[in-house]
Ligand binder design. Structure first.
Ligand code: ATP
Ligand code: MG
Length: 709
């Protein structure tokens, strides 16, 4: 049997059939159970391709793949001495994917049943925003009543609760919600008209297919005999039902998770799913793991003390398997710039010690704004770092332009993409012409592409320009249809549109131009890497290269892990949000901005509902439990808001984890009323001597939170 497992883990791994729940705290080896169990199933002659594992991290996926392949590659029949030549047929592997990637596969096969074209496109954030904007315009919603970004958040919220436009409309209570419901209907029908789905639709449509068409559910479920799910506490309603639909036939379902690490409540995840598992599957075997192998004892003590403040939870025992190690450190700094300087300086210094590597360090933030100061500092000291969860590569203008070309080539009726590039780089098809073409398309109920093709022969300067554009897309399509690798296609787009000249025109600054050119190169690299991956991995069904690549981009462009994990392989300091750090571990972790209004997030301070604070506390718990050797937490005494320094209040969680319930209550009160006076943080005493004590000047008059007044 596999080594490196304790008896409880062993019991889980040796349970080869039936429903199985592993409910255990952070770092107890849940993910290790999943990977070892897959290997064990294969060892027991379950065919690898009959196993489906849904996971959130590539690290886990890679480990699972490796173990499975190691078993597959092992001597099957010891008697045979000669080596067989390369095995014939496709390599069989367990399918290890994210929920969204899994859904894309299902939808490619069956989405026509729901009235979408099989070559549907997955729209990105930019597409979504422009659709949201037009939907709001269509219902004549005044600009300041509802902004596109807010509308998208509301829609996503509904979709995460599996609410369709009709249901959303009937559940809407406030004016804003009524407006949003009307816009939602528009948004959804324009998506469909364009043959597009958004990220949430991937789940919703799959769920719909499974409920409406039992034959499809059976067909899809029939691909697998075993389903395993990691991080089960973060599944939302659709994901929960999809898992159930896939497993209800064979009932071989293994889920692992930790209710204390449920951090996607705002995205519709329901921690109840994991707690209710036993009700859904009454014969489920439940395994609890109690030893934490990851963190030094002192770190774990902080984590345990902190999470005990959540009232609604399954009490779990978490015992350190390791010694106490170093006590966590709390640093107090005068302002956010000095916080960044201190933290990065600290890492810099440690990196001069022998045996230390950049990838052993992580800086964890709560918000998307925090990393900027740290990035500046990391650059200044020329330390290698990767920013996870910042502006995605795929959101850069030049990348989006080129992708829009690829999308148009793949599907010319993808109107959002077509309109993006119709005059980029400028080719003499002005705004007025585009408006005219659009109006005609709407009038005739035809895609704008059809109208364009007809206008191509129209003569005149405009007709000529349109003709050239249509010809260009046609030529690119030919290249794609010949099965050209994606990098060659990107090359062709850049070449034929003279996109480099466009960069020269837009960015006179050579530095800027260089950065933009680097993104093009990166996209070409991504295309080449995709082709290479395809060549080594023979899929049962051939998806055309270009479409497959665009699917991959769409999945990777969200907060999906793939790109992230690839980056993490590089030897670089990880600068990331707490949400993205889930499931990962680092020897040295810095949790920064430990202040009321950041962690817990200011949005949750305004909610009367304690459950929001509980989720923030779980997020904090996730952060603390990422650390293996040493945890450092920092806060600044003042932080700029709208350019002006404002006093801060140290996070109540700092007090809670150090067992100072009274101070925690004070922090909470101070945060609720104002971001008012504070003293030197008592928890910071003897905490490795941060220099920030002088920053206690902040103990002066109180400051009201201006945005609220
Ligand atoms: P999280 O809740 O953060 O996802 P987890 O429960 O999935 O954590 P793992 O990531 O599987 O935990 O394991 C945490 C660490 O402990 C890993 O480094 C893993 O290799 C190690 N580990 C797991 N089980 C054992 C064991 N029985 N003996 C020694 N080390 C172990
Ligand atoms: Mg895990």
């Amino acid at each position: 049997m596999a080594h490196g497992l304790n008896p409880a883990q062993h019991a889980a791994v040796e349970t080869l059939s039936g429903p199985l729940l592993v409910l255990a705290g952070a770092g107890t080896g849940k993910t290790r159970v999943v990977t070892t169990r897959i290997a064990n199933l294969i060892k027991h002659r379950i065919k690898p391709d009959r196993i489906l594992a849904v996971t959130f991290t590539r690290k886990a996926a890679g480990e699972m793949q490796e173990r499975a392949l190691a078993l597959l590659g092992g001597p099957e029949k010891p008697g045979k001495t000669h080596r067989r030549a390369k095995p014939k047929g496709p390599k069989i592997r367990p399918q290890i994917s994210t929920f969204h990637a899994l859904c894309v596969q299902v939808l490619r096969r069956h989405i026509t049943q729901l009235g979408y074209p099989p070559q549907f496109a997955i729209c990105d954030r930019g597409d979504q925003e422009s659709l949201a904007r037009t939907s709001l315009r269509d219902i004549r919603c005044p600009e300041d009543s509802l902004r596109p970004g807010d509308l998208l958040a509301i829609i996503s919220n509904w979709k995460n609760k599996s609410l369709r436009p009709m249901q959303a409309a009937s559940e809407a209570t406030s004016d804003k919600e009524h407006l949003a419901a009307a816009a939602y209907r528009r948004y959804q029908s324009s998506l469909k008209a364009r043959g597009m789905v958004d990220f949430d639709d991937l789940l919703l449509c799959t769920e719909e297919l499974f409920t409406k068409y039992p034959a499809i559910r059976r067909e899809e479920a029939g691909h697998f005999d075993h389903v395993l799910v990691d991080e089960y506490q973060d599944t939302n309603g659709s994901q929960y039902r999809i898992v159930k639909a896939l497993a209800m036939g064979h009932r071989n379902l293994c889920v692992v998770g930790d209710d204390d690490q449920s951090i996607y409540g705002w995205r519709g995840a329901e921690v109840e799913h994991i707690l209710r598992f036993k009700e859904d599957w009454p014969d489920a075997k439940v395994v609890r793991l109690e030893e934490n192998y990851r963190s030094a004892g002192a770190i774990l003590e902080y984590a345990n003390t902190l999470i005990a403040f959540n009232k609604k939870r399954h009490d779990k025992i978490l015992r350190p398997a390791r010694g106490a190690g170093q006590r966590p450190i709390i640093m107090q700094l005068p302002d956010e710039a000095q916080e960044a300087e201190r933290v990065v300086g600290d890492i810099h210094m440690q990196l001069t010690q022998p045996g230390m590597q950049a990838k052993d360090f992580a800086i964890l933030c709560r918000t998307n704004e925090q990393p900027r100061a740290f990035e500046t500092e990391l650059r200044r000291l020329k330390l290698p770092y990767i920013l996870v969860g910042g502006q995605s590569f795929f959101d850069r203008k030049e990348v989006r332009d080129l992708l829009a070309y690829l999308k148009t080539v793949e599907n010319p009726t993808d109107e959002t993409s077509l309109l993006r590039i119709i005059n980029t780089p400028p080719r003499g098809i002005g705004n007025a012409t585009v408006k005219q073409l659009l109006a005609e398309a709407v009038n005739r109920g035809e895609p704008i592409w059809t109208v364009l093709r007809e206008a191509a022969g129209g003569g005149g300067a405009t007709g000529n320009a349109i003709g050239k554009f249509v010809k260009l897309i046609g030529e690119l399509k030919e290249i794609a249809d010949r099965g050209a690798p994606v990098d060659k296609l990107v090359d062709a787009v850049v070449d034929r549109t003279q996109y480099r000249r466009e960069l020269d025109r837009l960015y006179p600054d050579p530095m800027e131009r260089e950065a933009r050119t680097a993104s093009i190169e990166e996209l070409i690299n991504a295309g080449a890497a995709y082709n290479k991956g395809k060549k080594t991995k023979k899929d049962e069904e051939e998806i055309p290269l270009l479409r497959g690549f665009l699917d991959d981009v769409a999945l990777g462009g969200s907060d999906n892990r793939d790109e992230k994990e690839d980056q993490l392989q590089r030897n670089a300091i990880a600068l990331m949000t707490l949400h993205s750090a889930k499931g990962l571990e680092f020897p040295y972790v810095y949790m920064v901005g430990m202040e009321e209004g950041i962690l817990p997030h200011k949005r949750t301070l305004e909610m009367p509902d304690e459950s929001q604070i509980d989720e923030e506390r779980r997020l904090c718990y996730v952060g603390v439990t990422r650390a293996q050797e040493k945890l450092t937490m920092s806060f600044a005494l003042t932080r700029r808001k709208w350019g002006k320094p404002k006093d801060t209040v140290p996070s109540r969680f700092l007090y809670e984890m150090t067992g100072q319930a009274e101070n925690a209550a004070k922090a909470r009160a101070a945060a609720a009323a104002t971001l008012g006076p504070h003293k030197k943080h008592p928890a910071a005493k003897g905490a490795g001597g941060p220099k920030g004590g002088k920053g206690a000047k902040g103990a002066k008059g109180s400051q009201s939170r201006s945005p609220r007044r």
